[in-house]
Design a binder for this molecule. Sequence first.
Ligand SMILES: [Zn+2]
Length: 316
Amino acid sequence: MNSRVLVISYHYVRGKENIPHPGIHPVTPELFLHQIEKLRSHYPIITPDQFESWMNGAPPATSSVLLTYDDGLRDHLHAAAELERLGLRGAFFVCSRPALEGRALPVHKVHWLRAHTPPEDFLHQFSSLLPANWQAVLASPPADVQKAATETYQFDAPEHQVLKYLINFTLPYECVDDVTTRMLPAHGLDEEEFCRRTYLSRDEIRAMAERGHLIGCHGHLHQPFSRFDHAGLLADIDTNKRFLQDLGITPSWLAYPYGSEWSLPSDTRRFIAGAGIRAAFTYDRGWNTPQVPHDRLRRIDCNEIDAHLTSTTTIS
Ligand SMILES: [Zn+2]
């Protein structure tokens, strides 16, 4: 009997009609439904409760799939409703900064601004708002930054490669946060309006939990956990947990922001013990087996479903 679970991760689930430039790469609602049906034709989709039982040693009868959704996006209202229509439930990992502070997560402001600004304008506007020391790095990047940027973003022009790399891996959180906040008004948006349009409200999160979905942590700030010291990270999670507890939710699952090795806490086992988390999901690719530790559960992106269905059908 097989005992393995493939965990799928979703972010943006929305139409592409209001996305004039590359920046947000959503799964369309049509593709989302197509993927669910395709998954269901191969494997049963289990609930978070069933996954918890599996973690505790009760194997599902066959290989199974679990659906998860990151970032607390408003897109997930539609996704959750579709799951309910099909008798399914998912796990939704939310950040608390938008609701508690009226401040967006920098990564979403970057995506949105890229999607609504011609690439040359984005480069110019973002660069001109950077502090002078970072403008100097952008104008004359160190060899290691240039090399890493070139390797990471092979299909972009050189100056775009470096800016993307700096935004995603090097610039301090506060710096990206500040620059993007100052770019929003040119689009007729302030930060609170951006949050209202982008993120689930408290009532919506509470209602999703009441309808049987699992609500878990994704950090307060959505800063890579590798950038915190241990105490700072526990404080970030504590804020995230207390936000959910105030909604009547007891969170015990977590998805690491970004989820790849570079972004994880240095000691994931110590982290989940300290944070009171029972299941923590990475982007280590592949199926979960009983041998996979609960501080480093595996997930794949929804764009990778086909590859994993193809490569594993013979195993199951
Ligand atoms: Zn995230």
